[in-house]
Design a protein around this ligand. Sequence first.
Ligand SMILES: [Zn+2]
Length: 99
Amino acid sequence: MGPLRILILAALVYLGYRLIKANFSKSGGNEKKDDEPPRPGGAITDVLIEDPVCRKLIPKQQAYTLEADDGPHYFCSKECGDKFAADREESDQNPSSDQ
Ligand SMILES: [Zn+2]
C-alpha cells in the first residue's frame, strides 16, 4: 500500500463528488414549481356568497349564518339575517290568502 493508491482513491472520490454535484445543480432548476403553499385544512376559505336580502357578495367565513329548515343562509350582517327571518315569518303567517 503506497501513498499512490490513496491519491487515486482520493481522486476517485473527488470525481464522484463532482459528478453528483453536477447532477444536483442540473435538476435544481425544476424545484421552484412545488412552491405553492398548501392550503391549511384544504377547506374553502374564500368563497363568495350572495346575501339574499341586499344582494351583496360576502366571503362565506365572515357571513352571518342563519340556520333554517331548508339549510343555512348567509348574510352580510345580522340585520339582513333578521330581515330575512322576519320576511319568512310574515309569509308563513299569511299563506297566500289571495287565492
Ligand atoms: Zn345584507
